[in-house]
Write a protein that binds this ligand. Structure first.
Ligand code: UT7
Length: 315
């Protein structure tokens, strides 16, 4: 099977750090409530001069620099986002000039919300396999969100969850075990009306999403590992979308998996939707947790409702 090799990672977080105490000064909430229900202590919001596009470029630039490959070897630029600077042009196409990349490759944004990273990795893999361009065997894949601009100040159940940021990987294909599980079922449990409504805020039925998450994440993990002909013991890290620490704890308990394999950073990053998995992977890389040959299962769930899980190998 042709699988995925992660060559390098990168990330970028905006400069403004907003703690739970900061939120409690502007709405009826508390550090205690947010920490207990979500595990979140702080998140980053964009400040003047920062945006989804600028974060994406910074993050992708870092991954590219660490990869050691030439810019001309990138054959595809994909961005997973629901909150780019413009509905069009895409965030991905913005990277062409900002990073000095080739004009002769596709630049695509995809919207699978918090499953975006897993969707993007599988789409990039499939494209590289189909294209077989030996001169451009790499894809630059980024997840980026600027959710702070979509948060309703009057909706404290939703606005305490989300943050801004970007994460990126440079990836290529590699022969070895591989599987992906991608899917969706139509639902408005998490939605953002966009052009239908000038005041475009994220709306979420938190309880319904919680129930969905604790059901779909174990399904994604079991299904992907089994399709790849592996067992959960063969997976070094389960890199899950950082929505809420309680969801991850629930899955660890229900599946009886070692909690050390589920590194989490939702406490200091919050929920960054399509960016969270790549930001987490980059943090693990920076902490020296990843060794060449390690396998990681990237799994997300979110608006759609969508779900996605892909198996990757680190270097
Ligand atoms: O990446 C997208 C995926 N999204 C998710 O994974 C979200 C999944 N859902 C959740 O994480 C949880 O549903 C939330 C953290 C969003 C909410 O937790 P909950 O336990 O479902 O809270 P709730 O909405 O049922 O509210 C419980 C109580 C209510 O008060 P009463 O009616 O019991 O008196 C709320 O009014 O907590 C109150 N409440 C708050 N209190 C302080 C709601 N939000 C807040 C708040 N601070 N921010």
């Amino acid at each position: 099977m042709t699988g995925v090799k992660i060559i390098s990672t990168g990330s970028a977080l905006p400069s403004r750090v907003v703690t739970n105490d900061d939120l409690s000064k502007i709405e009826e909430t508390s550090d205690e409530w947010i920490k207990k229900r979500t595990g979140i202590e702080k998140r980053h919001f964009t400040a003047e001069g920062e945006s989804a596009n600028s974060l994406a470029v910074e993050s992708a630039g870092r991954a590219l620099e660490k990869s050691g490959i030439s810019k001309d070897e990138i054959g595809l630029v994909l961005t997973a986002t629901l909150s780019g600077d413009y509905s069009t042009p895409s965030v991905a196409s913005f990277m062409q000039s900002a990073l000095g990349l080739s004009k002769d490759i596709p630049y695509i944004d995809i919207n699978a919300a918090c499953s975006g990273a897993a969707y993007a990795v599988e789409i990039a893999r499939s494209y590289l396999v189909a294209n077989q361009d030996k001169k451009k065997p790499y894809a630059l894949v980024t997840g980026v969100e600027e959710l702070s601009k979509l948060l309703d100040p009057a909706d404290r159940t939703t606005n305490i969850l989300f943050g801004d940021g970007a994460g990126s990987v440079v990836m290529t294909t590699k022969e070895g075990p591989y599987a992906s599980t991608l899917g969706a079922e139509s639902s408005l449990a998490i939605n953002c009306p966009g052009a239908k409504n000038l005041r475009s805020y994220i709306r979420m039925d938190g309880k319904e999403v919680f129930r969905f998450a604790v059901k779909i994440l174990p399904y994604c993990i079991k299904e992907t590992v089994s399709k790849a002909g592996l067992s959960t013991d063969d997976i070094d890290y389960f890199v899950c979308h950082q929505a809420n620490k309680r969801i991850i704890d629930h899955v660890v308990r229900a599946m009886k998996l070692p909690k050390e394999k589920f590194y989490c950073n939702v406490d200091h990053i919050g929920n960054t939707s399509g960016a969270s998995i790549f930001i987490l992977l980059d943090e693990m890389e920076q902490k020296g947790m990843l060794s060449p040959g390690d396998t990681a299962l990237l799994s997300g769930f979110g608006s759609g409702l969508t779900w996605g899980s892909v198996l990757v190998t680190y270097k």
